[in-house]
Design a binder for this molecule. Structure first.
Ligand SMILES: Cc1ncc(COP(=O)(O)O)c(C=O)c1O
Length: 455
């Protein structure tokens, strides 16, 4: 079976799918259980021709696909892949590089080095920081907090990499009550336990209250890590970094910022003010698969203290380079063997340029404001956050209506929205983070919500 036929066919199927994304219904038709029933229960004894397998896959899976890559998907915070990112991702698979070290792929290492340096610049982070590609903000938070754990324990005279946590000085973590759950996950993986978090009170947008923060700072002693957020997952709000970080500094705390999607605001001259002071932190997490619109899974962690970063993550083996030999990515990320995630990031950054990334962020924010205005106009619908970024939170007159309205909109196929809870009440969330979304898409979504509210 000629390679050109297999890959050519597959490219054609991918093009057909992506071309249809504007028109397709957004939610899937088939359920997971229905699809499983179509597939062989047991691994076939004899293999099948690759082309046949691919065609069957398309038939079997197509109606179970959620068109999250299209412009009418507003669930969670899922950016649809940019065409240049998809194309570069195809090359990444075809090239199949081991991005572990420059020796295993000079090309992947070069793409990483250049795109990481572009990203630090674009996001207003120190150019001297060390940075690495990881799979998502969960692992970026994990990696930043691993460096934090190293640094605060090392300052207390404890070598956590050698001696682990048994008998170690206790670390306190201060984080807002509305922090993302992946902060707690990272703290669990690091052996600190989510119980090490002292939650800090937040305001009505989910931002850490400086007075509450200062008063807790005065009460804790010992090694301290502070976790702040750039872009609350519900409201899009930013913690007041310029007030909080200098206070944390006085206590020699390590400050980590979860900026999974919100840190992209720094790339836009119009939104940058929201991130003011973020550059004062010690480590940062940002997703590329969200607002840079590259395919899953791609994120970056950056750490101001290169030595703490490498000390926390670096490993030594007699058959690979040692920490310090070069900028070797496996000393900075949890994975050892790694996909060359930098290629799609490099291609997307180069294709959009600085102004293109800013325009993507600005367009999504403008569309979120349009969505808020249209939704707020529907009787019985209230927008309950300040729409400062790309997130819109909507409350319905009757709290029980949220699930019914979401289900009706999804069943209609016009838009895909997800539920959340805000201040103890069920809400609907609209996240705009796709390069394709247009005003017309937003109007279709709002019309679908209006219809669901009125029936
Ligand atoms: C603020 C925030 N932090 C962390 C995450 C986790 O990101 P990922 O799913 O890429 O691990 C998300 C995902 O929505 C998020 O919004």
């Amino acid at each position: 079976m000629p390679l050109a036929d297999l890959l050519g066919d597959t490219a054609q199927a991918a093009i057909t799918y992506l071309d249809s994304a504007r028109k397709r219904r957004v939610d899937a038709v088939a359920t997971c259980a229905e699809i499983v029933r179509r597939l062989p229960e047991r691994l076939p004894e004899q293999g099948e021709a690759p082309r046949e397998v691919l065609h069957r896959m398309i038939d079997d899976f197509d109606d179970g696909l959620v068109t999250s890559t299209g412009g009418r998907f507003y669930g969670w915070v899922v950016g649809g892949s940019h065409p240049v990112a998809v194309a570069a991702d195809w090359l990444t698979s075809a090239w199949d590089q081991l991005a572990t070290m420059p020796d295993s792929s000079p090309a992947a290492a070069a793409a990483e080095r250049v795109s990481l340096s572009w990203l630090l610049d674009l996001l207003g982070l120190p150019s001297s920081a060390s940075a690495a590609f990881v799979t998502g903000a969960q692992m970026a938070n994990f990696t930043g907090l691993a460096a934090a754990r190293h640094a605060v324990l090392s300052a207390a005279g404890w070598d956590v990499e050698r001696d682990g946590l048994f008998g170690a000085p206790r670390i306190t973590v201060l984080a807002g009550r509305e922090r993302h759950i992946t902060i707690d996950g990272a703290l669990r993986y690091l052996g600190l336990g989510s119980g090490c978090v002292t939650p800090v009170d937040v305001d009505d947008q989910g931002r850490v209250e400086p007075d509450a923060f200062a008063s807790l700072l005065a009460q804790v002693d010992g090694p301290l890590i502070v976790c702040l957020g750039a872009g609350n997952v519900n409201t899009g709000a930013f913690d007041p970094f310029t007030e909080l970080i200098p206070l944390a500094r006085q206590r020699d705390a390590w400050v980590h910022i979860d900026g999974a999607f919100g840190l992209w605001a720094a790339a836009s001259p119009m939104c940058r003010e929201l991130t003011r002071g973020a550059e004062l932190a010690d480590s940062w997490a940002v997703d590329l698969h969200k607002w840079l619109n590259v395919p899953y899974d791609s994120a970056v962690v950056a750490v101001r203290d290169r030595q703490a970063h490498a000390a926390a993550l670096g490993v030594v083996a007699n058959y690979v380079a040692s920490p310090g030999d070069d900028v070797v990515q496996f000393h900075l990320a949890p994975e050892f063997s790694r996909r060359a995630r930098a290629f799609p990031a490099y291609a997307t950054l180069r294709s959009l340029g600085r102004t293109g990334v800013a325009a993507l962020v600005d367009r999504c924010c403008a569309l979120a404001r349009e969505a808020a205005a249209l939704l707020d106009d529907i009787p019985g619908v209230t927008v309950c956050n300040d729409v400062v970024l790309n997130q819109v939170l909507v409350r319905f007159a009757d709290p029980e209506a949220t699930a019914r309205i979401l289900a009706a909109v999804r069943a209609g196929g016009e838009a895909f929205l997800t539920a959340s809870a805000w201040q103890g009440q069920p809400v609907m969330r609209v996240a705009v983070s796709n390069w394709q979304t247009t005003s017309e898409d937003i109007a279709r979504m709002a019309a679908a919500v209006r219809q669901a509210v009125q029936t």
